[in-house]
Design a protein around this ligand. Structure first.
Ligand SMILES: NC(=O)c1ccc[n+]([C@@H]2O[C@H](COP(=O)([O-])OP(=O)(O)OC[C@H]3O[C@@H](n4cnc5c(N)ncnc54)[C@H](OP(=O)(O)O)[C@@H]3O)[C@@H](O)[C@H]2O)c1
Length: 247
């Protein structure tokens, strides 16, 4: 059997990815602070293998134990293991002069530092136990197309993209290990809703007009994005070190 570990599984893209992998017969281990009980119930009804592990990824000193738990939950005879770093947060969305040290620290700890620390711990624990390993990092298009007020989020995700390149370089020539960054499109999730809530009414109105009247802006259903990503991951279509963008 094949196993995937997904962070940020309680909602949005993470939850959609968990469903796509589960329906396709993979075992899923989901990590976030809160659970979506529906996912556990659905998996049970379908007789699929789903384990939820409640964890706060910003507690960096605990990530070694999390990696140990993740690896212990994957049966030793699994033919492939995928780790999807998906948990993320966009805040603070504000002008640079208004940024506070605490907000910047929190964003980088979740979006960048926890991703690097958990990857290192996971690689230590996993060793050569499984025949094929893929590490998938959900990043953002804002790395290449900077957006006003998104400086911290974009910078944190740029760090992730760089880390993926370095990881791929380190494992170059090892055909059984891949590291891939993904830039998903805009999706209808809590992250986007929270972002719009914090902007002005005029901003929200213009977003609505662009989306529904002018039809210039596309915002995707996370289920659709998840299925596309699932096929790319399952078919090993993405070369290690690459950044895949939804065009
Ligand atoms: N939405 C978009 O338009 C868009 C576009 C491009 C890229 N992305 C990227 O796609 C990924 C998923 O975004 P989304 O839109 O699905 O976001 P979302 O709906 O806000 O979900 C974020 C997930 O991260 C988890 N999370 C947050 N803080 C955590 C923590 N401290 N420890 C553990 N888990 C934590 C949340 O679970 P809990 O709160 O239960 O912990 C939740 O499951 C993110 O990396 C984001 O940057 C999103």
């Amino acid at each position: 059997m094949k196993y995937v570990v997904i962070t940020g599984v309680s909602r949005g893209l993470g939850k959609s990815l968990a469903k796509a992998f589960l329906f396709s017969g993979w075992g899923v281990i989901g990590i976030s602070r809160t659970s979506d009980g529906g996912l556990e119930e659905e998996a049970k009804k379908m007789g699929k293998s789903y384990v939820f592990v409640p964890w706060d990824l910003t507690e960096l000193e605990t990530l070694e134990s999390l990696a140990e738990k993740m690896v212990s939950l994957v049966p030793g005879d699994s033919e492939e293991v995928v780790l999807v770093h998906n948990a993320g947060e966009m805040q603070p969305v504000t002008e640079i002069k208004n940024l506070s040290y605490k907000e910047v620290e929190h964003n980088f700890i979740l979006n960048t530092v926890s991703v690097i620390v958990l990857t290192a711990a996971f690689l230590r624990k996993v060793g050569g136990r499984f025949p094929f390993l893929q590490l998938v990092f959900i990043s953002s298009r804002s790395v290449i197309s900077p957006r006003r007020l998104w400086a911290v989020y974009g910078a944190a995700k740029a760090g992730v993209d760089h880390f993926v390149s370095s990881l791929a370089l380190e494992y170059k020539g090892k055909d059984n290990m891949r590291a891939i960054a993904i830039h998903p499109p805009a999706m209808d999730t809590e992250m986007r809703k929270n972002y719009l809530k914090r902007r002005s009414f005029l901003f929200w109105l213009w977003d609505w007009i662009e989306r529904y009247v002018l039809r210039q802006k596309k915002v995707y259903d996370p289920d659709l994005v998840a299925w596309k990503l699932f096929y790319l991951i399952e078919k090993h279509s993405l070369p290690s070190g690459s950044v895949w963008r939804w065009e």
